[in-house]
Design a protein around this ligand. Structure first.
Ligand code: DGL
Length: 266
């Protein structure tokens, strides 16, 4: 049993969707969250930059005494997970493997769509993982660049988000899908709208829940679960503004107090 916190990091505050899922599944755990708002968005940054940012944040979370770490950002999980995880002897999780394992279990031989940032889709990591486990699956992917900033601006469950979702998903490659993976921290907020767009005929994968369940099982197996309930979570960002603090309500359900930690320029 281990009462040290779990570290979570993302390019910004969108990863709070993962923090919410973890708190729901693991209410005894304490979180230290880091949102790299100074470098947001990661979706169109270079591989070198994303690795560099991820190394610094991972070290910050390690220095905070975290017992495990989740790279909540899909883009950073796609690009920096291997390089980060070999540096530490604590469990490091990404948001991709638990989801692709789950999807191959329940959608064997089916047609699955993946939407995410340019960075995530550019790596084809979802396609590679899914087809490696199940070569009979059909996987179609699309970068839906505008969706993250649209949601961050507060446009979800309204007519504007409906029009943008339609513009991206009205695409012949998505015909006859069985399931779609919303491969971005922000997309859980538009899951219902995606479901409605496909007239309820396509399952929208609940990625945060799958990742949170996976972490619970893994910490349990490693005897690393916390014993005492301590909800004294900490939320850090690399560039604090009132707008970011207000936007935490979109992703966390309540407005959070953010602490600023700036990395020195190298
Ligand atoms: N957090 C990013 C992801 O999940 C989306 C926002 C960004 O581009 O930084 O890929």
């Amino acid at each position: 049993m281990d009462n040290r916190p779990i570290g979570i990091f993302d390019s910004g505050i969108g990863g709070l969707t993962l923090a919410t899922a973890i708190i729901r599944v693991l209410p005894n755990e304490r979180l230290v969250y880091f949102g790299d708002t100074a470098h947001l968005p990661y979706g169109d940054k270079s591989v070198e930059s994303i690795k560099d940012y991820s190394f610094r944040i991972a070290q910050f979370l390690k220095d905070q005494g975290c017992k495990a770490m989740l790279i909540a950002c899909n883009t950073a999980s796609s690009i920096a997970f291997e390089s980060v995880s070999i540096r530490y002897d604590i469990p490091i999780y990404n948001v991709i493997d638990p989801v692709t394992d789950w999807v191959t279990k329940f959608y064997a031989g089916k047609k699955v769509g993946v939407i995410g940032t340019k960075g995530t889709i550019g790596t084809k990591v979802y396609e590679h993982r899914l087809l490696a486990s199940d070569p009979s699956m059909i996987v179609v992917e699309k970068a839906t660049t505008l969706l993250a900033s649209m949601i961050e601006e507060g446009f979800h469950n309204d007519t504007i988000s409906e029009a943008v979702i339609q513009a991206y998903l009205e695409d012949t490659q998505f015909v006859n899908l069985d399931a779609i993976i919303p491969a971005c921290t922000h997309y859980p907020l538009i899951s219902d709208q995606i479901h409605t767009f496909f007239e309820g005929k396509v399952d929208v994968v609940d990625a945060p829940k799958i990742v949170a369940d996976f972490i619970k099982t893994d910490l349990e197996n490693k005897a690393l679960l916390a014993t005492s309930s301590d909800s004294n979570h900490k939320f850090f960002v690399s560039d604090k503004t009132i707008a970011f603090e207000k936007a935490t309500k979109i992703f966390f359900g309540e407005e959070l107090h953010l602490e600023e930690h700036r990395f020195s320029v190298q």
